[in-house]
Design a binder for this molecule. Structure first.
Ligand SMILES: Nc1nc2c(ncn2[C@@H]2O[C@H](COP(=O)(O)OP(=O)(O)O)[C@@H](O)[C@H]2O)c(=O)[nH]1
Ligand SMILES: [Mg+2]
Length: 190
């Protein structure tokens, strides 16, 4: 079955966002740290796949975090043909700081690696810049520019209006995300 993949670090709001889109209750806000399988939710004749979140988990070793990343990469490789769209959810208030911390250690941030990998696999990716409600109006553009730049999209972010969508899952402000999903669904159904 065709699917729309949701990926992102733990706690960025993937489950909350999927719940707002589908109306289905997922376990949002549950303490991260439990390795789980991709969760599949039926949605308009497709499925939404909620991937395990990567990144910090209390008690998780570096090896188990690597294992999660590898599982995600393998899942994408195995299912690339069926993935109609990938939604990469990021937390606007911590994304840039986390990426810079990894870079300072000369490491490639997981989200940057995944973003590039999805492109290599020829999968269309939308970045859902979540938790916009935490950002002051005056800081919006600067923060979104910073996110775009760190993902290799030259600012201003508004040049990437088809690739970045500011959202607040908590407030149910989903921008054009649902519209983009609908357009994709129509296309794969043809
Ligand atoms: N302020 C704010 N908090 C959010 C938003 N979306 C999710 N959260 C909160 O972030 C936490 C993690 O959300 P969850 O959906 O479980 O993240 P997941 O681990 O990526 O699935 C929860 O406490 C949510 O209520 C948002 O748009 N704004
Ligand atoms: Mg979740």
């Amino acid at each position: 079955m065709k699917e729309i993949l949701f990926v992102g670090r733990s706690n960025v709001g993937k489950s909350t966002l999927i719940r707002k889109i589908t109306g289905r209750k997922l376990h949002a806000g549950k303490r991260p740290g439990v390795t789980r399988k991709p969760l599949k939710i039926p949605y308009q004749g497709l499925q939404i796949t909620d991937m395990p979140g990567f990144g910090f988990m209390s008690g998780a070793t570096e090896d188990s975090q690597d294992a999660i990343k590898n599982n995600i990469v393998h899942y994408i490789e195995d299912n690339a043909e069926n993935i109609a769209l990938a939604v990469m959810v990021v937390n606007v208030s911590s994304f840039s700081e986390i990426v810079d911390r990894w870079k300072a250690r000369n490491e490639i941030p997981v989200e940057v690696e995944l973003f590039e990998f999805l492109h290599e696999m020829d999968i269309d990716v939308v970045v859902a810049a979540n938790k916009m409600d935490k950002v002051k109006e005056a800081d919006r553009d600067r923060i979104l520019d910073g996110i775009a730049e760190r993902l290799g999209m030259i600012p201003p972010w508004r040049q990437w209006i088809d690739n970045i969508v500011p959202v607040s899952a908590k407030k149910g402000e989903l921008g054009w995300l649902k519209e983009k999903m609908r357009e994709r669904i129509e296309r794969v159904k043809d």
